[in-house]
Design a protein around this ligand. Structure first.
Ligand code: FE2
Length: 287
């Protein structure tokens, strides 16, 4: 079955969020939503999420799932806001517990911060499946960028999060805590075993040298032939050497500190402080 896919692009964070719906029905899922955040001002804004909500309502759709491909380090998730307005269950990879453990320590979260993934409604593992109305979704565990990364294969469409980017941009970084370029290579091989005509929807786009427009849809066949990091059967040793050398030159994403603190809580802000206000931490010399 071929789902209908609508993309929402956030130019502030280069994030692509997706609405995936049944071809003949009203059930849908929302993937990798964005809560706008002005870091300098410490102010959130629901502009991007409201655009999704308006679309769902205008089309008369029913949200069954609000899915995260992973704990994003470059934007805040709007999952709880979407759930409040549209319903649906929030799902992420079961290895979220590893991410919560790592960053629970980085941010010195107390024992009140649960590291068992219980902030989410569903924790998915390799081989799990779920339904969006008549559509079936299958879960691939595709670690490397983070240990909890998932690819959601829904009908003929694979939502790969931050594993593969467009063929002319390559692949995602693997230098965050728990990341691994070897693991990413193996995960990508798993994605590339899907049929060549499988549509691939990537989690970010940054354009690429010689390309003036944003793009987010490609296919397994195109990735195999053309991906500049992994195409043409590039061997693991060459990929790992390239990826690790490149990662060593990258600076941290602008929103990594707020993103992790919010996203590891399924998009919820930390508990309010004693004065009733919410604060995010900046750990010094930790990342
Ligand atoms: Fe990411």
């Amino acid at each position: 079955m071929k789902p209908i896919v609508k993309a929402f692009f956030d130019e502030q964070t280069n994030t692509v969020s997706y609405l995936v719906r049944e071809p003949d029905g009203t059930a849908c899922a929302l993937i990798d939503s964005v809560l706008d955040f002005d870091h300098a001002a410490g102010r959130t804004d629901t502009r991007s999420a409201d655009e999704m909500i308006a679309w769902v309502k205008a089309e008369g759709l029913r949200v069954e799932w609000i899915l995260e491909s992973h704990v994003h380090a470059d934007h805040l998730s709007a999952a709880p806001y979407l759930q409040e307005h549209l319903g649906g269950k929030i799902g992420i990879g079961a290895n979220i517990t590893l991410v919560q453990d790592t960053f629970g320590k980085v941010f010195n979260e107390g024992t009140e911060f649960q590291r068992d993934g219980s902030q989410f409604d569903a924790l998915f593992r390799e081989g799990d499946s779920f339904h969006i109305g008549q559509l079936r979704g299958d879960v691939l565990h595709t670690p490397g960028h983070t240990p909890a990364c998932l690819t959601y294969v829904i009908g003929d469409a694979a939502f790969v999060g931050d594993t593969l980017f467009m063929p002319d941009f390559g692949t995602a970084r693997c230098d965050f805590p728990g990341g691994s370029s070897e693991a990413l290579f193996q995960s990508i091989q798993k994605i590339l075993t899907l049929p060549d005509e499988t549509r691939i929807f990537v989690g970010h786009d940054y354009k690429a040298p010689g390309r003036d427009d944003y793009a987010w849809e490609t296919t397994v066949g195109e990735q195999k032939a053309l991906n500049i990091h992994i195409g043409q059967g590039r061997p693991i040793e060459a990929f790992v050497a390239m990826r690790d050398a490149r990662d060593a030159t990258l600076s941290m994403p602008r929103l990594i500190l707020p993103s992790l603190q919010v996203n590891m809580r399924a998009g919820q802000m930390p508990e309010a402080d004693t004065d009733g206000n919410v604060y995010l931490k900046v750990p010094i010399n930790k990342l």
